[in-house]
Design a protein around this ligand. Sequence first.
Ligand SMILES: [Zn+2]
Length: 432
Amino acid sequence: MTTSKFSPDDDSFLRDFATMSRFGATPNGGVDRQAATAADGEQRRWLTGLLEARGFTVRFDRAGNQWGLYEAVPGAPFVVVGSHMDSQPTAGRYDGAYGVLAAAHAAFRLTEAWAAGAPGNPGTGAPKFNIAVVNWFNEEGSRFKPSMMGSSVYTGKLALETVLETTDAAGTSVREALDAIGGRGDYDGPEAAYCAEIHIEQGRSMERDGITIGLVHSNWAANKYEFVVHGEQAHTGSTVIADRKDALLGASMMVVAARELADQFPGVLHTSVGQLTVYPNSPVVVPSRVNLLLDLRSADEAVLAEADALLHQRIAGIERLANVTVERHQGHSWPVTPYQPQGVELAAKVAADLGLSSRQVMTLAGHDSTNMKDLVPTVMLFVPSVDGISHNEHEFTTDEDTVAGVAMLTEVLSRLCHGALADADIAGRDRV
Ligand SMILES: [Zn+2]
């Protein structure tokens, strides 16, 4: 018999985490579980079983979000807690999936304590709110754009019909893909009162500083652009250089321009081109068209605006140099916005009460909670990422940190269910 250094509850979480990581597992220890693929569908069925076995009712909404509902207070609104289980192609086991499973286990611990007659926090009495564990649809945005799709529909930022008609590179729509895995329901989702999400940091600052819990106070702003570089097809051998309109040359200059922009704002601007689609992508044809996804991110909106202006100046130059035209398609952007400070304070107090080291951090990446915080008071937590590695099969967080995160989330969820954030407000929204 082996003995574990963890509690039986933590061992149960770690076992479920290992089982969960088998869905879409890759030979190098990562996962490939893009939104509404067969692996995503299998994992959703597994999560349904896990939730139902613990007395939760599982429903799918019209946008493919998976909800595990527990009504302790009939008719009361819900504390929404979760993240996403879809992944980038060849990604790590922790991104998103950790947050969904942590949410499920936090909910199991609380609902079992309530069922056993435990009073919740001393002096607070019975819970005031119900629990909805959520697995948001298509947070990653790799197969279907944009990212954070399911939470954007739930929070009213994207229209359901637009989303259902969105197609992947093979022409399959979200509607068809969700129906193929049985992931589309007729539910509108529960009424939310509060939200909590835990996620890996995906950066190295917490590991470097020896911090176990990150208290996210705001998100970086981002501009995501879709450009199409237009040239003209020609023979790569026989066409003289002066006559070429090489779309890939123009696109390559944009890749370099994006990096040079980041170098102009060291440390405060992140830029990247993550996808190039080259047409016709043949060895002997000068490409006539390249679709390119480019993003700019900063914690400083003034820097982002300046970078946007500089990028467009560079594009005008690239059009002349490469003899191409660059068309800008609809992009996707979000500003720097704060999480409710009362939520950050609550989380800081929970961490202190549990003896976990914590400090405030910003999130550089977008998360479903970035949407949710505009709807209801939301608490966003991080656990450290070893070496900051993410969107990579070698993504790793230690067992000590993942179980500390579950304990943290459990206590935050408990206090939210007991109305601890009753005074928090939504920025810009009148109090009712
Ligand atoms: Zn994620």
